[in-house]
Design a protein around this ligand. Structure first.
Ligand code: 9WO
Length: 252
């Protein structure tokens, strides 16, 4: 056995995070398998997701499927059998990309394929996925992915809505965003509370900030006179009224 040069590589491989006080945390790992890793990196580096990543609360990465083709022209696609328009992503680069990830992590993450044929993403599904130790997100491109690699490796297909895009990257990033904000420590404690069941299944109440009057429009009086109990009651009523008016199907 070779001695490890430092603790860092093992911590990264297993997503273990040590905090002051000697407590050990397991952090969730999410890897996007894509032909456009830079597109993913650009989004994952910003805002709350970027902050969570820098704080080590989640490990988010993009892996280039093209790095796993043996083809000297770096091709990852070919014409569809049976003819027709466009190109289909081949099995081998995708399978080798996923297997390399499994080997590096020493575990097999659940593999999700972002596709209009999947079940539509819900908050409940995001919560389920946020409870997993690791996740791999496969992004198709061109006219799709060879069906056999989906049969062989994909555990679940998820859609973010009934429309067609040019690739699975934006849906994968939507899923990363939705999961990351549910992970412990990512949001302030009070915002995390709003994720809990008490608020589930209702729309948000309306929010206001200074100034109290803007172009003649006033902030509701109840929010300006600091009776906290009354404000809570008003907000709850707003949530119910709005849900009934804007999204009645959410109540049934
Ligand atoms: C394009 C096309 C063109 C000619 C004949 C057949 C064809 N199929 C497709 C196609 O479905 N392209 C997909 C583009 C391949 C997989 C990635 N793409 C994708 C994912 N578009 N939209 C999504 C998606 C994923 C999750 N939620 C919503 C949309």
């Amino acid at each position: 056995m070779h001695p490890r040069p430092s603790a860092a590589p093992l911590q990264r491989a297993w997503g273990i995070r040590r905090k002051a006080g000697g407590r050990i945390y397991l952090i969730m790992k999410i890897e996007i398998l894509t032909l456009f890793p830079e597109m993913c990196e650009a989004v994952l580096g910003e805002s709350i997701v970027g902050r969570a990543r820098k704080q080590g609360l989640v490990q988010l990465r993009a892996r280039n499927i093209r790095d796993y083709t043996p083809d000297k022209h770096r091709r990852v696609d070919d014409a569809p059998f049976g003819g027709g328009y466009g190109m289909v992503m081949q099995c081998q680069p995708i399978a080798d990309c996923f297997r390399a990830l499994c080997e590096e992590w020493g575990e097999r993450p659940r593999l999700v394929y972002l596709s209009p044929q999947g079940k539509t993403l819900t908050q409940a599904k995001a919560k389920e996925l946020a409870g997993l130790p690791s996740l791999a997100l496969l992004c198709g491109h061109y006219e799709g992915v060879d069906e056999r690699v989906i049969e062989a490796l994909v555990d679940e297909e998820i859609s973010i809505g009934d429309y067609v895009l040019t690739g699975g990257e934006l849906p994968a990033l939507v899923l990363c965003d939705c999961i990351t904000r549910l992970l412990p420590g990512v949001l302030a404690a009070d915002a995390a509370f709003a994720n809990e069941s008490h608020y589930d299944g209702l729309l948000e109440y309306p929010q206001y900030t200074r100034p109290a009057v803007w172009e003649g429009r006033e902030v509701p009086e109840v929010l300006l006179n600091g009776n906290h109990a009354l404000q809570e009651k008003w907000r709850r009523e707003q949530m119910e009224e709005r849900t009934r008016r804007k999204r009645p199907e959410m109540l049934s």
